[in-house]
Design a protein around this ligand. Sequence first.
Ligand SMILES: [Zn+2]
Length: 234
Amino acid sequence: MTPASSTEVRGTLWTPIPDEDPAGTATSVPSLAGYHIVTDAAQVPAIDEGHLYNYLLAGNGVFLQAQRPELSVLLRIAPALVRGLPALRSRLRVRFPRVPRPIVREMLNVAADAARDPNGGLEVLLTLAFQKGRWQLMQPPQEQTLSSVQLASEADRATVLEALIDVHSHPFPLRAFSGTDHESDRGAFRFAVLIADPAGAPSLHVRLCVYGAFLEVPPSLLFELPGELGGTDA
Ligand SMILES: [Zn+2]
């Protein structure tokens, strides 16, 4: 097993913040955050019991801090010069080995089979959970169409939401997460993976979702990539 590793965070951060919020969605989210001012960069506050994440004000901006057994993240979500406070560095610490190549191939094959469905290409939803030292690929019960996939009512929703990696496919060459994807990922703290055009020229796209902030990361952070995977921004 690969030991825990720490990665400096580089990538494109995106936080969908509307200027106005007529639907009141921002205020309808219960406050599960802690709020701290960092006065010592070597002593980042812990996440208190009952909180899912922290907002930290540091000398170089506002950071989001979250952790789960498989990873810890400190992510600058807004740059700002705050005089008198120490600067922090964004970082991502992972405590799992990369998903082995045979599982990555299986994942791509399942997506390709769905895309070749005789009734028209179908999306597919898969989860990858890291449990007891190994990766498990699962396909929960789902309702699939050309442009959407949803969990079936009988699916074990909690298990799906707990998985560290959420994978879905676009059976066509749309190589970006869609507006629907943003909606379904905005409350999550996990990785989201998109398999685009699995039956044509497959590519993998990965982002880290941290309670509404999205950070694009290279697929090689999570996966042992098969050599035949062309078009992947690894
Ligand atoms: Zn999608």
